[in-house]
Design a protein around this ligand. Structure first.
Ligand SMILES: [Zn+2]
Length: 497
């Protein structure tokens, strides 16, 4: 053992190319598995349920080796575990090795990176990630050491958990077989972090995520099996289907939102991930801009940029979706958001906001440009706007559901719709869903397009033409909102029952 480590140390010092340990699973290989729920023996004496689940996740590095005792119940404190297979009752897991196969102090730096990564991944929640063994309290343990055959399991396994528990359980042992994980540097750290996050989160009712609500791959969430993107993975604030290599219903519901599930389990924490970086590169400050100018910004975020927003004179006129994720996560990317043709001429204060998927937001300094001539009166502005200091702008919206309106920006919902005689601030809703309107006792959802509609006072006459008179900024043609323009094409009608 000593001889082997000494040899590997020399190799690691001479060239990184030989730093990888022979026989390890390369990044992208190997399985992270859990036992089927039917075999889950985790509920019983010594196991407590949701509400009393410990917030502590202890990462056990197994200095000098860990003695694991096969037992009928999990007990993190004594390392009694339901996972080992075979006739023996006691099993030894070898100490955590770094990418060069070294243990002890030589592996401290890589270990510290792994712990830091897991802390960042769990930081939006009030979970406590520690590698100092807790005393006098209940906790979960993820053993980050050894290889699966140490426990009588297949060598293809990188991590294992005793099944998905739809009611989170306490005092659970899960495993990350670190010494089977190949790769070097940050790549290996990211893979270990992925396995630890996934195995521990099975304890809190999370299944394997497959695809998000927009059908994009869940490859940037640690609950995934998918490898079409890499980098540091985070529990995403998005609904996901479940599945390993194809979609299926989740174990604990049709779909799952990993972020919200863990938020409900632990309560909110303080994210350790940096907010997005953002710089607006075009147009130049004080420029006279053409009618078809786009605002160009460069943005990056540790979690990935989810959305860029374009605000002009205090109103959100445009958005851009975050770039796709690649082998190293989402790269720093350039985003172009056109200034819509409906934006009135005048002086324009441009602000760009970059947001990640948990709404960490970076706001650019205000950049002032001029399009056409500064406004003199509101006559050249859009409906409902004022003109001051050469700028056309709307006051902040104040209209609540039911308030009469003449333009959409008056309404908090951004929707002003109605008949030739009466237009109100209303809301988008889903036809047939009883509480789809925020005041379901007084409002019902009237259809404007298949399945979708707007809220309207119950029983109030819509005449022959509800919806054929609507107001948008600068008239219908100027409406910058796809949903609003879309609604114009339909005459509201009561849903046939
Ligand atoms: Zn898993």
């Amino acid at each position: 053992m000593i001889a082997r480590l000494a040899t590997l140390t020399v190799l690691a010092l001479t060239t990184n190319a030989f730093a990888d340990v022979a026989g390890r699973l390369e990044p992208g290989q190997g399985e992270r598995v859990f036992l089927p729920p039917s075999e889950d023996p985790g509920l019983g004496e010594g196991v407590s349920h949701a509400g009393t689940v410990s917030k502590i996740i202890y990462l056990e590095r197994c200095k000098g080796g860990c003695l694991i005792t096969k037992g009928g119940l999990d007990d993190a404190l004594t390392l009694h575990s339901t996972i080992p297979k075979g006739n023996a009752t006691e099993f030894t897991l070898a100490e955590f090795e770094n990418s060069a196969g070294q243990t002890g102090a030589a592996a401290d730096a890589e270990w510290a990176e792994v712990v830091k990564c897991v802390r960042e991944v769990y930081s939006p929640f009030a979970a406590v990630i520690t590698d100092v063994k807790p005393v006098g309290t209940s906790y979960h343990v993820n053993v980050v050491a050894g290889v699966a055959p140490d426990l009588g399991l297949s060598s293809s396994i990188l991590g294992i958990s005793p099944g998905v528990s739809c009611a989170p359980v306490d005092n659970r042992i899960t495993y990350t077989f670190a010494n089977a994980q190949g790769g070097t540097g940050r790549n290996r750290v990211n893979h270990l972090c992925w396995t630890i996050a996934q195995e521990t989160a099975h304890t809190y009712s999370l299944d394997h995520s497959y695809a998000f609500s927009d059908q994009s791959s869940a490859c940037n969430d640690p609950m995934t099996y998918r490898s079409d993107c890499g980098g540091q993975k985070f529990f995403r604030n998005d609904g996901a289907t479940c599945g390993e290599y194809q979609p299926r219903p989740c174990d604990c519901g049709a779909s799952q939102n990993a972020h919200l599930t863990l938020l409900a389990t632990f309560g909110p924490g303080t994210p350790l991930t940096a907010p997005p970086t953002l710089s607006v590169t075009q147009p130049a400050p004080n420029a006279q801009i053409a009618a078809s100018t786009a605002v160009i910004a460069t943005a990056y975020s540790q979690r990935g940029v989810k959305t860029l927003e374009l605000w002009l004179n205090g109103y959100k006129w445009g958005t851009a979706k975050g770039a796709g994720f690649g082998a190293d996560g989402q790269p720093e990317s350039s985003y172009s958001i056109p200034i819509p043709a409906a934006v009135p001429d005048g002086v324009i204060d441009i602000v760009v906001k970059a947001k990640d998927d948990i709404d960490a937001t970076t706001t650019s300094p205000t950049l002032t440009v001029t399009k056409g001539a500064p406004c003199v009166t509101e006559a050249s502005c859009a409906a409902g706007q004022q003109c001051a200091n050469g700028r056309c702008f709307w006051d902040a919206p104040v209209g609540v559901l039911g308030d009469e309106c003449t333009y959409a920006q008056y309404c908090l919902s951004g929707v002003c719709q109605g008949t030739a005689d009466k237009q109100i601030c209303t809301e988008q809703c889903i036809v047939g869903v009883a509480d789809s309107c925020s005041d379901p006792a007084a409002y019902e959802c009237l259809e404007t397009s298949p399945g979708k509609g707007v809220c309207w006072p119950k029983g109030e006459d819509t005449g022959n033409c509800l919806g054929c008179a609507t107001s948008g900024p600068g008239g219908a043609a100027a409406a910058p909102f796809a949903f609003f323009a879309f609604g114009l094409a339909f005459v509201l009608r009561r849903r046939r029952r």
